[in-house]
Design a protein around this ligand. Sequence first.
Ligand code: ADP
Ligand code: ADP
Length: 249
Amino acid sequence: EVIVEVRNLKKHFEMSNGFLKKTKTTVRAVDGLNFKVYEGETLGIVGESGCGKSTTGQLLLGLMEATEGEIYFRSTDLASMNKEALRKARKDLQVIFQDPYSSLNPRMTVGELIGEPLVVHGIMRGKALRERVIELMQLVGLREHQYDRFPHEFSGGQRQRIGIARALALNPKVIVCDEAVSALDVSIQAQILNLLNRLQKELDLTYVFIAHGLPAVRHISDRIGVMYLGKMVELAGRDELFNNPLHPY
Ligand code: ADP
Ligand code: ADP
């Protein structure tokens, strides 16, 4: 079953040239994407730096308005949703970033960081919130006694677990993993990928897994899309892609 579908998606940025700003250049970050994401799968998206992967992720999350084209979440175009529907869809669409350290507020404790989405959406507070946060911590391999610690006290891999727990707080359906393991040591990458695999099965998650390098994507993806200059130049099953001897990847 298709959970997300992208049709003719474009995102162009107008850039002023120089301080006089007399001329403009258009950066075609995303330039006509078409693909489907099936429920429960991991769709890997790879491509060199600047090819439009992060912009695609932002668009999928409903965090950025497309220049052209549509993004359907469960058959409804994000752009056609009213505020309430979009707010709901955004709960179902969550993200894990490359470096949770730079995306996590250093003044908040682990417990506060993981519970924040639940507080912001007015879903839980007090004792129920604490219990839910501890449940989320255990789900990702963190311990209850770490609740009041700060992110800087953790290793990169542990911090990524915090980021994952936070992304899971609202029971999402789709998680965009944007270079989620790229900054980690290889052995830690494997741990986090195994965790993501386990969570996918336990929680029926769908992943869009963005990475510039192939090893991580190969490990986790069912299908892989290759982006180049804002376009998807290839989209195939993992084995099909990797077993083709003519393939440059
Ligand atoms: P990737 O994630 O594959 O490295 P990005 O999606 O970050 O690629 O960027 C694609 C292209 O769009 C790059 O040329 C980048 O500089 C440009 N770009 C991304 N975001 C913006 C922005 N907010 N304003 C202007 N240009 C942008
Ligand atoms: P990535 O490492 O994923 O390729 P970047 O480090 O290129 O991402 O970009 C980080 C952030 O800056 C992204 O949110 C992207 O949209 C934005 N960005 C990238 N290029 C530009 C640009 N030329 N002008 C403004 N913002 C940009």
